[in-house]
Design a protein around this ligand. Structure first.
Ligand code: ATP
Ligand code: ZN
Length: 211
């Protein structure tokens, strides 16, 4: 029996996910363009996937566990357990408007058009604040939406803020703070649960050593 873990194929979480497994003493050879690989010294099978697909794979039990941004877990609304925060991939999901716009509070979003790749999280944020706005879901390059007249505001992932700045935008609300997490399937087999516990023990030791 092996524990099946899904990690991002390429992108911001890929390297740190591999690094974490290495630090846990798990050797995996991640040849380019591979869809999956096996660890040499731990009963672990690694699937390389798009981050957006990882919650679904875990919910379905195709993967037992996965490393993915909390932002993706919340947006996808899949039934998975967040078992451990991992301390990398830190970012925030923020509202931004054009620099020239007078913005004082979330009320200024009333009846505005907001472009985002995170419609579920944004809708919940607006509801919590009693704001009605039009959400335009777009999948990439959200930051150009105000400049081309598609939206009055955007809600997008930010780490340093330089992308916003370069596009003449300013950050006005933090909607969510996020980092990479280890997520697990709700109904793991006992054997998989034991392997997960073993892995978690190692991850926690690695995390402690860093603090
Ligand atoms: P994929 O091809 O797997 O769908 P992607 O383009 O959707 O990749 P990335 O840009 O690689 O995703 O981001 C993956 C995750 O990294 C995000 O969901 C988020 O949790 C985290 N992250 C950390 N900092 C940032 C940032 N500045 N911008 C975007 N994502 C960030
Ligand atoms: Zn993605």
């Amino acid at each position: 029996m092996k524990l099946k873990i899904a990690i991002q194929k390429s992108g911001r979480l890929h390297d740190d996910s591999i690094k974490l497994l290495k630090e846990c003493g798990i050797d995996i050879n991640n040849g380019v363009n591979k869809l999956k690989t096996e660890a040499a010294n731990f009963p672990l099978e690694v699937f390389f996937l798009r981050d957006d697909d990882i919650p679904q794979y875990i919910e379905d039990g195709v993967a037992d566990i996965g490393i993915v941004g909390e932002n993706v877990v919340l947006e996808k609304q899949k039934q998975v357990n967040i078992v451990q925060k991992l301390g990398f991939g830190k970012c925030r999901l923020s509202m931004a408007v054009e620099k020239s716009v007078d913005y004082t509070s979330v009320k200024d979003l009333q009846n505005k058009r907001i472009a985002t790749s995170y419609p579920v999280i944004v809708e919940e944020f607006l509801q919590q604040h009693g704001i009605k706005a039009e959400i335009h879901e777009i999948s990439g390059s959200v930051e150009i939406a105000p400049g081309i007249g598609l939206a009055d505001a955007i809600c997008d992932l930010v780490s340093s803020g330089s992308t916003l700045f370069m596009n003449g935008l300013k950050e006005v609300e933090t909607v969510l703070k996020s980092e990479a997490v280890l997520a697990a399937c709700h109904n793991l087999q006992p054997e998989q649960q034991l392997l997960l516990d073993k892995l978690l023990f190692r991850i926690q030791a690695v995390r402690k050593a860093k603090n």
